[in-house]
Design a protein around this ligand. Structure first.
Ligand code: URA
Length: 226
């Protein structure tokens, strides 16, 4: 009993120091929710600023800029990729390279503007040579994505490729198997689909594009836009 209590106190202390690191000035209780965040009192732009200064994992040493994410704090739709690439690292904005241009086209075809949705990644700093982020990097960055989800509370998430799909859904199944069927992360519907870079790399493959569009049609339907 005493051991459990001590563990609980330690967990609580860790949680409080994490929140204070995020800039929290209060901890909301169920009947006191003064800020946009029920969990920390931090708003989305403050969280983005915090991410830009992050040094929680070694990726900060090789990045040019961290890429927190961008879009509407009221977005009903959130796109989650893997991590920034070369262009994103240079500009500090998500999905601005070739894959990003394709993602923008997809978003527009769904009758949204980029600024209507929220676009982010599992890790906020570019892994060198665009390698996949490793488990420690993902773990260090995960609280940021969780905070973004808590603040934005999107109605639907589109997870782009294996990395966010594995992270959000706790599965090891490949994207080819997972795509096209809604799953849930913390009660939020998640539509896994192919990563736009995969489409760019297989430009001639019209079937891949068709499959992504089928997935996006399901998302639009869920949002009542079809
Ligand atoms: N690929 C990603 O997964 N994220 C970006 O922001 C850009 C390319």
């Amino acid at each position: 009993m005493k051991e459990r209590k001590t563990r609980l106190i330690h967990n609580l202390q860790d949680h409080i120091s994490y929140l204070s690191e995020l800039g929290a000035e209060f901890i909301a209780t169920p009947d006191s929710t003064p800020g946009p965040s029920a969990s920390s009192g931090l708003d989305l732009s403050a969280l983005e600023a915090l991410i830009r200064r992050c040094e929680k994992c070694p990726l900060y040493q090789t990045r040019t800029q961290a890429v927190p994410g961008e879009g509407s704090a009221q977005a009903g739709l959130m796109f989650i990729g893997e991590g920034p690439g070369h262009d994103e690292d240079a500009q500090g904005r998500p999905f601005v390279g070739r894959a990003g241009q394709l993602l923008t086209k997809i978003i527009n075809a769904m009758d949204f503007r980029r600024e209507d949705v929220y676009i982010t990644n599992v890790v906020k700093c570019r892994p060198p040579q665009n390698r996949n982020p490793n488990g420690q990097e993902i773990e260090a960055c995960a609280p940021y994505l969780q905070q973004q989800l808590d603040l934005i509370r999107p109605r639907v998430i589109v997870s782009l490729g294996n990395v966010p799909t594995h992270f959000l859904l706790g599965t090891r199944s490949g994207i080819t198997v997972m795509r096209g069927t809604f799953q849930k992360h913390a009660g939020i519907p998640v539509m896994p689909t192919f990563h736009p870079s995969y489409l760019v790399r297989n430009e001639q493959n019209r079937e891949l594009k068709r499959m992504v569009w089928e997935d996006m049609k399901q998302v639009m339907e869920l949002l009542g836009r079809k």
